[in-house]
Write a protein that binds this ligand. Structure first.
Ligand SMILES: Cc1cc2nc3c(=O)[nH]c(=O)nc-3n(C[C@H](O)[C@H](O)[C@H](O)COP(=O)(O)O)c2cc1C
Ligand code: SF4
Length: 445
């Protein structure tokens, strides 16, 4: 059994209540932080821990915190990104539903470290159950003196609010999230300036993912070095992975970074192998926006080394032979799954979710979707594959926010690794995806 930090007490009855959470050592980090540590000392521990942001990009959290503009006399804010809209990713929701106090404890300790007196948890609007759970837990924390004025008799005060989001994928992008929190349409901002200098209401702001913040209490309690001792190399600590697709045991798993991908897919402790005795065909390892890898490359790197569940190992070889850990949404496909249909499906999503500010993304995502639809429904041409790669290349790196890349990578990687399957759809449409071919073309599809 690997080390558990976030889900250690997940099976304890009543762990969602303040009482049981405290019996298991909950809120100790708030006491320790306020009574024994300066804010800067906490930032140092987080730096030492090597914790990397769990929202997708994997940027070192301590470094991000140290960029916060301390010279500014404006208020500072901590905003928790609980939007979680990446297809295949459902780990933050799981954590908030089952152990809401771990996020609230993390928000208090982190807000103290950053000097924030008001903090927000921005939750995707559709997750009403999560919003109610968090609001109940926040009110329990106020009643127990962990939130509000002069927390635990100290001179530190904090107000924490849950803000229901607009229910759009783009509102998970940190600057779009801040716009939405300010009551505007959730359009990403041009960067720089980064939120550390110009964030919420133009004030210095840190935006962190739910899982990132939920790790902070353990780091404060046990020290950054103890956290860094878990995992491998620059992939320290544990990671929540939401696993789905054609596996025997879909669910949310906490694993110590560094276990082999093969163990994660096949061992009973995690995914339990491919469902119905089928063969593994491909994996999208870090949420729908990361490149897809065929079975051979997800289990082993191009050098023939076992591929590990770490930031470095998953990305080994760049995008030619690697992918990304991303948000930890692990989608498994068996031998019967159609990569063309899946790629088209992702493209529909990104086209639908583009905010429309930049033309490469607004027009390009629509174009990708249209061409992929043609190929999937047996009306494609062999030249369409090069066209798709060309369109993807013209979106990537040419947009205000990374949704452009998120739309381009799944298409470019699917064609890189599964071109023959795309060509088969063009040459022999009658033998591919038979069940879809009789559908009539609707509208511009
Ligand atoms: C289109 C898009 C959607 C995103 N959605 C989320 C999300 O739902 N949750 C999240 O934490 N980060 C999301 N991100 C990443 C955030 O912009 C940001 O990097 C992250 O919240 C930073 O937190 P971290 O440093 O703790 O990882 C998204 C990024 C993009 C481009
Ligand atoms: S890349 Fe797409 S989603 Fe991002 S700002 Fe441009 S149009 Fe909007």
């Amino acid at each position: 059994m690997g080390k558990k930090i976030l889900l250690e007490h997940i099976d304890v009855p009543g762990i969602n209540t303040l009482e049981v959470y405290r019996q298991k050592g909950g809120y100790e980090s708030v006491r320790k932080a306020l009574k024994e540590m300066t804010p800067d000392a906490i930032v140092e521990e987080v730096k030492k821990s090597g914790l990397r942001g769990r929202g997708g990009a994997g940027f070192p959290t301590g470094m991000k915190w140290s960029f916060l503009d301390k010279k500014s006399d404006k208020p500072r804010y901590l905003v928790c990104n609980a939007d979680e809209s990446e297809p295949g990713t459902f780990k933050d929701r799981y954590l908030m539903q089952h152990i809401p106090h771990s996020l609230i404890e993390g928000m208090i300790t982190s807000s103290y470290a950053l000097g924030a007196k008001t903090s927000y948890i921005y939750v995707r609007g559709e997750m009403m159950e999560v919003i109610r759970i968090l609001e109940k837990a926040i009110s329990e924390a106020y009643s127990a003196g962990f939130l509000g004025k002069n927390i635990l008799g100290s001179d530190y005060s904090l107000d924490l609010y849950v803000h229901p989001g607009g229910g759009a994928y783009i509102c998970g992008e940190e600057t779009a999230l801040l716009e939405s929190l300010e009551g505007e349409r959730g359009n990403p901002r041009n960067k720089p300036p980064f939120p550390a200098v110009w964030g919420l209401y133009g004030c210095p702001t840190v935006v962190n993912n739910v899982e990132t913040i939920a790790n902070i209490p353990w780091i404060v309690n046990h020290g950054g070095d103890a956290y860094a001792a878990i995992g491998i190399g620059k992939s320290t600590g544990t990671k929540l992975i939401s696993a789905c697709g054609n596996i025997n045991k879909p669910g949310v798993y906490e694993l110590e970074l560094g276990i082999p991908v093969e163990e994660f897919i096949y061992s009973d402790q995690y995914c339990g192998g491919i469902a119905n005795g089928k063969k593994l065909k491909a994996v999208v390892a870090g949420g729908s926006s990361v490149p897809i890898l065929p079975a051979a490359l997800i289990l082993k790197t191009a050098q023939g080394e076992p591929r590990l569940m770490t930031y470095e190992s998953l990305s080994e070889g760049g995008f030619i032979t690697g992918t990304m850990l991303g948000s930890g949404g692990f989608i498994v496909y068996d031998e019967d799954q159609c990569i063309v249909r899946n790629t088209w499906n992702f493209s529909r999503f990104y086209h639908h979710e583009s905010c429309g500010q930049c033309s490469p993304c607004r027009e390009g995502t629509g174009w990708l979707e249209k061409v992929l639809h043609k190929v999937e429904y047996g009306h494609g041409k062999l030249t369409d594959m090069d066209l798709l790669v060309d369109i993807a290349g013209k979106i990537e790196g040419k947009t205000i926010c990374p949704l452009g890349e998120a739309a381009a990578w799944p298409v470019a990687s699917a064609i890189r690794h599964f071109r023959a399957e795309f060509e088969e759809h063009v040459k022999h449409p009658e033998s591919c995806c038979k069940m879809h071919l009789h559908y009539e073309m609707i509208g511009n599809h």
